[in-house]
Design a protein around this ligand. Structure first.
Ligand code: PXG
Length: 288
């Protein structure tokens, strides 16, 4: 596997960053997780726009323009002979000294990994997932807005561990006010009384690219959709619930906190949304 690292393609074994890199020392950096579907990168420009936003929010000057990053991303897929892949694009603050001072980092580092995607087991789509609400909360937006996709995922990792310890594969994370924010690496939606509803970014959700495409899909299918504050009760009492993310796509949720959601089986609206999403990914996108 060839990795794009600061302007060069290097073998996986040679793709190394310094132990003085602030991405490693402090989680000081930003990233994107992107999909390549049958030779098309899904919503690449939106991912790069979000990357630029995240970088700007943390005062990190991206070392390349959007066009250059786009080209490097496509090339990484091509040199690895991939048609379907998961792409991880990371920008770190770069090498600095042991103090926090980001201004001592001389230049940011950018690397792109494109690899065969480990798809979620089909069983998750067929039978749906059980989620649990965990005690680890989304970071207060005054500390770090959820719209910044930074390299700080420790609270999400702890939430994932909590979920696993409670026998579930995924967690529902609440914000500091107790409203539903999202899962550990996926957004969450409910379908209730004819509407799709999802928490807003101000409630602690990442503005997911998949989440965004659900809004287009809902418009196409004629299903009303809106953002709203959701409580756990809204999830428990919804007719359908699903998670969305680049890796997960659209995964039905059939149980939350031991309570059965809707019929306890993946619902018809979730199935329509997933089918529509899977059609879109094959036609929308940047040809590599
Ligand atoms: N919320 C969070 C906190 C995320 O990290 C999403 C929602 C979904 O966003 P997209 O743009 O993917 O629709 C994410 C996704 C992975 C992986 O390998 C995904 C993410 C982060 C880390 C790993 O699935 N981000």
């Amino acid at each position: 596997m060839k990795i794009y690292l600061d302007g060069k393609f290097v073998d996986q074994a040679d793709a190394k960053v310094s132990v003085f890199d602030h991405g490693l020392l402090y989680g000081d950096g930003v990233f994107e997780g992107i999909r390549l579907y049958d030779g098309n990168i899904f919503r690449l420009d939106e991912h790069l726009e979000r990357l630029e936003y995240s970088a700007k929010a943390i005062l990190l000057d991206l070392p390349l323009s959007r066009a250059e990053i786009s080209k490097a991303t496509c090339e990484t897929c091509r040199v690895n002979g991939l048609k379907d892949a998961y792409i991880r694009l990371v920008v770190t603050r770069g090498v600095g000294d042991l103090g926090l001072s980001p201004w001592l980092c001389s230049k940011p580092s950018i690397f792109i990994i494109a690899t065969k995607i480990a798809l979620y087991p089909q069983e998750h789509y067929d039978n749906g997932l059980s989620l649990v609400t965990v005690a680890s909360r989304r970071v207060n937006p005054a500390a770090l807005p959820s719209t910044v996709k930074s390299l700080n995922y420790l609270n999400n990792i702890l939430a994932k561990i909590e979920a696993r310890q409670a026998g579930a594969l995924e967690a529902i994370m609440l914000n500091d006010q107790g409203y539903v924010a999202e899962c550990t690496a996926d957004n969450v939606f409910i379908f209730h009384k004819g509407e799709l509803i999802t928490p807003s970014a101000s409630q602690g959700a990442l503005n997911g690219i998949t989440r965004g495409s659900i809004f287009s899909i809902a418009a196409e299918l004629g299903i009303p959709i809106r953002e709203a504050n959701l409580t756990r009760y809204d999830l428990w009492c919804s007719e359908e619930c699903f998670m969305t993310g680049t890796a997960a796509e659209v995964v039905p949720v059939v149980k939350v906190d031991g309570r059965t959601v809707g019929s306890g089986r993946p619902g018809p609206v979730t199935a329509r949304v997933l089918a529509s999403f899977r059609r879109r990914v094959l036609v929308e996108g940047t040809r590599i």
